[in-house]
Design a binder for this molecule. Structure first.
Ligand code: SF4
Length: 195
């Protein structure tokens, strides 16, 4: 079945990018032609696909997750937030519905946690269920990191959706992040003349 989604819907990865640096989303939304395709982006996408294959062969117990149905590459959407996403793995267990996002990383960043929270909101609206916990699967360490779906993080997802739309509508470039270490290996650095 093909899902027909209006063009003004945001993709959940924009939430993650915005938390890392709002300019990522500004460039993608206002100057899409400048978006470079880097080796790391290609490597990350390929590794995600390989991880889904490996995950299919693992039992949920190996994850430390409760037993249940597993859906890979699950599309979820919120018409309220005008937000759509593709979850690496959705576990439907007796204890609840659990979105799992794979990351080519050894640590759970704030941006990853916000992405899982957004997936939880979309699972709730798509399937009419309640989600209390998601997980990050950190591919570098092969460890699961639980992400409780907290009220303040839910509100932050909504705030970020509004902030992204305002920024793109106004075509206003946001300031750089206060943690300038993020700029060192950034693919957009040549477009940011003030960092
Ligand atoms: S160089 Fe720094 S300010 Fe510019 S997009 Fe990258 S992280 Fe953001």
């Amino acid at each position: 079945m093909t899902l027909s989604i209006p063009s003004d819907y945001l993709i959940v990865t924009a939430i993650k990018d915005y938390v890392h640096c709002p300019r990522f989303v500004y460039y993608a939304g206002c100057l899409p032609a400048v978006r470079p395709r880097t080796y790391m982006m290609d490597a990350g996408a390929e590794e995600h696909e390989r991880e889904r294959e490996r995950a299919r062969r693992r039992t949920l117990r190996a994850y430390g997750l409760p037993d249940g149905e597993r859906r890979f590459a699950q599309t979820v959407v919120s018409h309220r937030l005008r937000l759509i996403g593709l979850i690496d793995e959705l576990v439907i267990a007796e204890s609840g519905w659990i979105p799992v996002d794979y990351k080519l990383s050894d640590r759970p960043s704030d941006s990853f946690i916000m992405q899982v929270t957004a997936y939880a909101l979309l699972v709730e609206e798509t399937f009419g269920v309640s989600v209390t916990t998601g997980y990050l699967y950190l591919m570098v360490t092969r460890k699961l990191h639980p992400v409780p779906i907290l009220p303040e993080a839910r509100a932050e997802v909504e705030r970020i959706c509004d902030a992204i739309r305002c920024m793109i509508d106004a075509e206003r470039m946001p300031p750089p992040p206060s943690a300038r270490a993020k700029c060192r290996a950034c693919e957009f650095r040549r477009f940011c003349n003030d960092v």
